[in-house]
Design a protein around this ligand. Sequence first.
Ligand code: CA
Ligand code: CA
Length: 159
Amino acid sequence: MTYSGETGMAPLTRTAIVGSKRTIHTPSPQGRATFQSWSDGGAQQHDITVGAADTTYTATFLGGSAGSAYKVLYDVNKDGKADAGILRPTNPQGPLWYVPYTGGGQLQLYFGVDGDAPVMADYDGDGTADPVIYRPSNALWYGLGQGGTVRIIQEIMGG
Ligand SMILES: [Ca+2]
Ligand SMILES: [Ca+2]
């Protein structure tokens, strides 16, 4: 990643003058993964204004190489604060989702196969985000139905 022209490996931590402007940029693609978003919603390269409090900017990539861990960031329990978690694709039981919730509790489940891209989205409309995977090999989205059954989301959406 690049911070005001200085390139380093993530995580990159820098101290800057409050109120000053900095540019952050992350190269993409990295391996098979392509840039999706920054945690502040900015473009792949964008300016940030340094605030008084410590701020962490996290870049999310999709479609990563086999075996790499993904970051997932979404307000799963709907308390207005993003829940930062990971998906580790390689486990004997299948990819492990682990998302500690802000304010307590956690999501921990095995779902998908190595190579799936993780997405958090409220696809069943109950107001909380659900683990969803996109499988590039067949271009289908999968979500979890009641009791942990795997559902193809196009069927649920009626599309
Ligand atoms: Ca939350
Ligand atoms: Ca839901």
